[in-house]
Design a protein around this ligand. Structure first.
Ligand code: ACO
Length: 325
């Protein structure tokens, strides 16, 4: 059986750091509230080094090219997970390919909220396992600051900008993507959304006045679904493969709220030392959280490590993936 193996990871977070103290001068909030309820200290915001999500993605992919010596024309598929594409169309994948000189690939965007990278990695792995593609870039990049309402304290403290990417190649044996369980439920569409800008509510003065081009989130509802679903699907993966907490080297959870991460790890019987957590320094970077974790932890990963990736996001969408490194 051909398996899809992650052979390199790249990441990028912009230079500008927006910390809780600066935010507390913009809206009625405090470092203490944000740290206790969410666990975020600071987030990166794209200001000078480009304008869109693709500019951050370029940096993450360039790192992969540098590290592996891969040439742009060797890439045969690009999947770009994002909720903040450069434009509604063309796809940011196409823009990324153009900026990087990738000419022999097909590419498309994938929107699954904060589960976008997980969905994209699953999709990409199927192309590799089928023998159809040999060098695939899976990108998660979001410029959340472009859709965050900095007058809404319930959402503006949560999000940051970043990009992450992996190179996926064929391998044999028991290494690589082993399994994934993906779910979605449209019940979530009313709790987490950007109301306008699409075909139902095209941009107008009315939608702008109603602040409908920003993220809307009913945090309490989303929290309730996130905490149970992310844990359920991770435990389901462990049971399916007969794995205990001992057998797992790492959990890579979506970074939306420290309390959700801790509850998931607890349900899985995992010690916190085995959980990749960087929410304090980046906040929720949506499609970028999982590859950004892999990027930061890459040097600690050992061949044969059992790793579970888990995510939950807008839609609702959620899922888990088992990777043997
Ligand atoms: N500073 C100070 N007070 C605040 C702030 C803030 N930044 N934000 C809200 N509050 C207040 C509220 O107004 C409320 O006050 P009230 O009781 O007087 O009405 C109080 O704090 C409690 O508000 P809750 O919304 O109940 O706070 P909660 O503990 O639920 O935390 C949070 C909010 C962090 C948003 C949490 O609900 C959460 O993490 N939800 C899940 C997020 C998530 O997983 N999203 C999915 C991925 S995102 C994607 O797909 C794009």
């Amino acid at each position: 059986k051909i398996r899809a193996v992650i052979t390199a990871v790249g990441g990028y977070a912009p230079d500008y750091i927006l910390d809780n103290h600066e935010l507390s001068r913009i809206v009625d909030t405090s470092d203490e509230w944000i740290m206790t309820r969410v666990g975020i200290k600071e987030r990166h915001i794209l200001k000078g080094e480009g304008k869109g999500s693709s500019d951050m993605a370029v940096k993450a992919v360039e790192e992969i090219f540098r590290k592996t010596g891969t040439q742009p024309d060797e890439i045969d598929l690009v999947i770009f997970a994002t909720v903040t594409p450069d434009h509604v169309f063309p796809a940011s994948a196409n823009i990324l390919c153009d900026k990087l000189g990738i000419r022999n690939a097909h590419g498309f965007d994938l929107n699954a909220g904060c589960s976008g990278f997980l969905y994209a990695l699953d999709t990409a792995s199927k192309f590799v396992e089928a023998g159809a593609k040999k060098k695939v870039l899976v990108v998660g990049a979001d410029k959340m600051s472009s859709i965050v309402d900095y007058t809404d304290r319930t959402t503006c403290v949560l999000f940051g900008d970043a990009a992450g990417a992996v190179l996926l190649e064929p391998g044999e044996g028991e290494y690589g993507v082993i399994d994934s369980i993906l779910r979605s439920d449209g019940v979530g569409r009313k709790y987490l959304k950007m109301e306008a800008g699409g075909s139902v509510n095209p941009p107008s003065h009315a939608t702008i006045d109603a602040r409908q081009h920003y993220i809307f989130q009913d945090g309490r509802h989303v929290f309730k679904y996130a905490v149970s679903n992310m844990a359920d699907v991770s435990v389901e993966m462990m049971k399916k493969h007969n794995l205990s907490g001992e057998d797992l080297a790492w959990l890579v959870p979506h970074q939306a709220n420290m309390r959700i991460i801790e509850a998931t790890a607890e349900r899985m019987g995992l010690d916190k030392s085995k959980v990749m957590i960087n929410i304090e320094r980046y906040g929720n970077t949506t499609a970028a959280t999982l590859p950004l974790c892999l990027w930061e932890w890459e040097s600690k990963l050992k061949k044969g490590d059992n790793i579970i990736l888990a995510a939950f996001g807008a839609g609702f969408t959620w899922g888990s993936m088992l990777i043997r490194w």
